[in-house]
Write a protein that binds this ligand. Structure first.
Ligand SMILES: [Zn+2]
Length: 472
């Protein structure tokens, strides 16, 4: 017990070492940040909550135009903090608690350095400022407790002393560990190279989320590899995730999820549960950032009677029902989507544009956004299927005109509105490049054009991305 306290004091002392007495006139002993590729002085100042002038004042003489990677920048305003500060990007599988344990850092210090009020503010991709401690440089093994396992059992299975585990993880007692918690152990030489920085529960070999950060209109892609065959379930904010096997022999899975173009930017919870054949459950719970999509805004003057949001309510509800049926377990597409339009690189309106509709001659307004991609070119131009799939609807609608919906499997659907003619019917199989209809001006439009939508698990996403890269 005495030894434990001594060591704790030592660790604390490293971070809060009393300032070395400096001779009169010497610059104060400030913590330093090492310049990384891509850094700017302005960026560093912002990062530490300083103005550029404050940062420059603490680093005289410093030429802001001569910043070099590896250079030490002194950081003022952090009384009592010394040594080198570095940044750590929070990875999937890491939590506030696991980071405190991994880097052996005092919680008060982390909060001060990062100006965070609560651990819930941390999300995947968050760049956390950490002091460089001996523990940060040391090789460690991340060990996740199995369901029902205690720290004592873990200690026995790893051949370690329970007190060593408590001490390294700053636990008041070995019994104070939550089920499925991740703990760190000083690595033994033989295992040091296999150290993984992320503390994923034992069943997960790899978990990735892209893009980071997520943003309005994105297609989120979650790739998971596990140690054995599992059932996966998950939730991202309000969206219930669906996982499909990518490679059954390698136990790899994927979930594709659209992020709504008008979703309020902010931090949303992500949870993923893996259930083994024996019924054991392992869970990852994390926060992820959804950023603003950076879309343009436009104001449209339209006939006052079309402002009524009720006009589209029923038709949209019907459409939503079509694209949120239990997803087809097969994937019909392969590779990048082919362009459905005669003019491949010409667009009259892109996805995501915020639209303020104003009723002509009235005060009526309606806030909406453009949920698809409008291609150039008019009446009679051919429309082709961008990928293989099964037609689930083709027929006239009031607002969307002659419309076609194709199911590409795994919860991915494409829609084609305002056609003059349609050449396919519900139940038809279509191949990539097959002629499915012709551009028209049917429904609520101002002129003939193809409006193309891509739905991913119940949400319209930016279709352009599906023309640029392969999902997954
Ligand atoms: Zn459109």
């Amino acid at each position: 017990m005495k030894k434990a306290w001594l060591l704790l004091l030592l660790f604390g002392g490293l971070l809060f070492a009393p300032q070395a007495a400096s001779a009169q006139g010497d610059p104060p002993d400030l913590p330093v940040y090492i310049v990384q590729p891509g850094d700017t002085l302005y960026g560093i100042a912002r990062y530490f909550g300083l103005t550029l002038d404050e940062l420059l004042a603490a680093n005289q003489p410093l030429d802001p135009n001569q910043l070099a990677v590896g250079q030490e920048i002194r950081i003022p305003g952090l009384e009592g903090v010394h040594g080198v500060l570095s940044t750590h990007t929070v990875a999937l599988g890491e939590s506030y608690r696991s980071l405190l344990r991994r880097y052996q850092v005092d919680e008060t210090l982390i909060r001060r350095l990062n100006r965070i009020a609560s651990p819930t503010e941390l999300y995947v991709g968050y760049a956390l400022i950490l002091p460089e401690t001996p523990a940060a440089a040391a090789a460690v093994d991340a060990v996740a407790l199995s369901p029902g396992e205690t720290a004592l059992e873990l200690a026995a299975s790893q051949g370690r002393s329970p007190w060593e585990i408590s001490l390294y993880n700053r636990l008041p007692s070995p019994s104070r560990i939550l089920p499925l918690d991740t703990l760190y152990l000083e690595a033994e030489a033989a295992t040091a190279e296999e150290t993984s920085p992320a503390a994923l529960p034992a069943i997960f070999r790899q978990v990735s989320l892209a893009p980071q950060p997520l943003y309005q209109g994105a297609t989120a892609e979650i790739l998971i590899q596990t140690q054995e065959e599992v059932q996966l379930a998950g939730q991202l904010g309000e969206y219930r995730l669906h996982f499909f096997p990518l490679d059954t022999s390698a136990f790899s899975y994927v979930s594709l999820q659209g992020v709504h173009g008008m979703l309020e930017p902010g931090i949303y919870p992500l949870s993923i549960t893996a259930r083994t054949a024996e019924g054991e459950e392992f869970q990852i719970q994390q926060r992820v950032l959804v950023a603003d999509g950076g879309y343009y805004s436009e104001t449209l003057l339209v006939p006052a009677e079309t402002i009524d949001p009720d006009t589209d309510r029923e038709e949209f509800a019907w459409l939503y029902e079509q694209v949120t049926r239990p997803p087809t377990p097969e994937r019909y597409w392969d590779g990048i989507f082919a362009n459905p339009s005669y003019f491949p690189d010409c667009f009259t309106s892109r996805y995501g544009t915020r639209r303020l509709y104003k009723g002509a001659g009235t005060d009526l307004t309606y806030n909406g956004y453009h949920s698809g991609l409008d291609f150039c070119g008019g009446e009679g131009l051919p429309i082709s299927a961008p990928a293989a799939g099964r037609v689930i609807f083709s027929g006239p609608l009031t607002i969307r005109g002659n419309a076609t919906l194709i199911d590409h499997g795994w919860g991915v659907y494409t829609g084609y509105w305002h056609q003059s003619e349609t050449y396919v019917q519900a139940g038809d199989w279509v191949d990539t490049g097959q002629l499915i209809g012709r551009v028209g001006g049917t429904g609520r439009v101002t002129g003939a054009h193809l409006h193309w939508e891509v739905w991913v698990n119940g949400v319209q996403v930016n279709p352009m991305l599906w023309l640029q890269r392969t999902f997954p």
